[in-house]
Design a protein around this ligand. Structure first.
Ligand SMILES: [Zn+2]
Length: 144
């Protein structure tokens, strides 16, 4: 069986664990070759990965080709035991819900009054100059 057919077969077999709404992941996992031979082994492999890391999405690859992206929610929802062992808040997989205000990120507004320009960034670093795209002068900044 060629790689392409094998990839399609694995995508179908493990499909319920993939979250089609997520295309980018914080982590990636190369399946062993040969891959797990049934869905529950596959789901267990992904849950083990989530248990070992603090990411909540993982791109799954086989022979270098991405099969799909699993989230904690998609693996748990597809009949896993994660939801009993380790409660995951609704929306944690799709980032739809934030548990209160983030303590780690605040938007910083950079602005130039002369050219009525503003932009937002989530970090400030003195080594990274942020200049006005119109006049190239350094932008003023303020916490939002
Ligand atoms: Zn300017």
């Amino acid at each position: 069986m060629g790689d392409t057919a094998r990839i399609e077969e694995l995508r179908r077999e493990f499909g319920p664990a993939f979250d089609p709404g997520i295309t980018r992941a914080t982590d990636s996992l190369d399946l062993p070759d040969p891959p797990p031979d049934d869905y529950s082994d596959f789901a267990q492999l992904i849950r083990d990965r989530f248990a070992a890391t603090d990411g909540d999405t993982v791109a799954v690859r086989f022979r270098g080709t991405k099969l799909g992206v699993c989230s904690r929610a998609s693996v748990g929802a597809a009949g896993g035991t994660l939801s009993q062992a380790e409660p995951v808040p609704v929306g944690s997989g799709d980032r739809a819900t934030l548990p209160g205000e983030s303590g780690q990120y605040r938007a910083i507004r950079y602005y130039c009054t002369a050219h009525d320009h503003q932009e937002f960034h989530i970090f400030h670093d003195d080594r990274i100059p942020r200049n006005c795209p119109v006049g190239a002068e350094p932008l003023e900044f303020a916490w939002t």
